[in-house]
Design a protein around this ligand. Sequence first.
Ligand code: NCD
Ligand code: ZN
Length: 362
Amino acid sequence: MSDVGFQEVTIATPDDWHVHLRDDTMLRAVVPFTANLFRYALVMPNLSQPITTTASAAAYRERIIEAAGQDASAEFTPLMALYLNDSVSIADLSAGFSDGVVHAVKYYPAGATTNSEAGGSSLISYGPILSQIADLGIPLLVHAESTDPSVDIFDRERVFLENELAPVCEQLPTLKVTVEHVSTTDGVVFVREHSNVTGTITPHHLSCERSDILANGLRPDLYCKPVLNSKENRQTLIEAATSGEPSFFLGTDSAPHPLSSKRSAVGKAGIFSAPLALPVLAEVFAERGALDRLEAFTSTNGARYHGFEPSVYRVRLRRLDDRSEVFDEMLRTNDGYEVQMFGVEAARKWSLELLQGSRLDA
Ligand code: NCD
Ligand code: ZN
C-alpha cells in the first residue's frame, strides 16, 4: 500500500452488520474481538445446525453474551438472524420479530458457501414467506451467488442478482433487502438502482483482489465467498464505500476457520476479519483521501438502515509511520486450533483507542 503519512480520525463506535461468531470453543476465542470493539453485531445463523427458530436464536444469543462476558463493552448487542429454509415458520418468525429476538432473515443458496447446505434452491420459491417478511418490515439478508455450476465463479454474483433477486424485488417492491458482501460493480449498480436495497462491503473486498490470492503463491487465507474479484471491481467497491452514500455500510463477514481447514486439500471459504477491520478500513479510506467518510460507512449508514441512532461513544484511529507494534496474527482456541487474523499489516500502522465514556456530544 502507498504511504499516506500521519492521519487521525475519530468515529462513533462501529457496528458490524454481518459477522460469523460460530459456537463453543471457537465462539469463546473470537467473540471478545467483536464484543469489545463493535456496538451492534448482526450474527449470521449458519451454524452446523442452522438457526431456524426463535428459540434457537434466543439460546444462541445467550451463549454469545455469556462467552463475551467481561470482554463486552457496555454497548455490545448481538442481533440475531434466522436461516431461511422450509423449517422456518411464519408464525414463529413474526412472534420472534415482535419480541425483539429475531432482527433479520438470511437467505443462502444451497451449496454457495460454508454451512449453506440447508439453504434454498430458488429465492422466488419462498414468495409467501418473503411477502410476510416485507409486510412486517423484517430485513432480508441475501448471499447473492448463483450456484449454477456452468456459471464462472467470478460471474456468480451478477447472475444471481439478475436471475433471482431482481424478480423478487420487482414482485415485492417494499421488501427491505441487503446484498451481503457486495463484490462486484454489478452488485454496486444493483444496490443503487433499487431504493429498498442496501449493500454490505467487507474490509477484505476493499483491500484485496483476486491477484492477491493467486499471483504470488496460493493464499488460502484470502479465500472467501464471494471470491475476491478483479482490480476494476475492487475499485468500484472502494468508490461506493468511501462515497458516504447511505446504502453502503460495513459487514466484516468475519468468518473464522481453523488453519487446518483453510490449508487443506479442499480449503474452507472465510476470512477472520473482525479484529483488525478498522485499521484495514482506515488505510483504504486514507489512501483515497476519504477518512472523513469512514464514520458514515462504519457507524452511521447501517445503523440508520436498521432503525438505530449511531452510537454516542467514539473510537480514535491514528496512523503513525514508525509504529512498530508486533501482532501475533494467530489466535489459539482453548482446544488447540489456530485461526489466522486478516489485516496485521494495516494494524501495524494504525493505533486504535476506545474513548470509553467519551460521548460524541461531550
Ligand atoms: C462464510 C463462513 O465461513 O461462514 N464464509 C465466507 O467465505 N464468507 C459464509 C459466508 O458468508 O459466505
Ligand atoms: Zn458471511
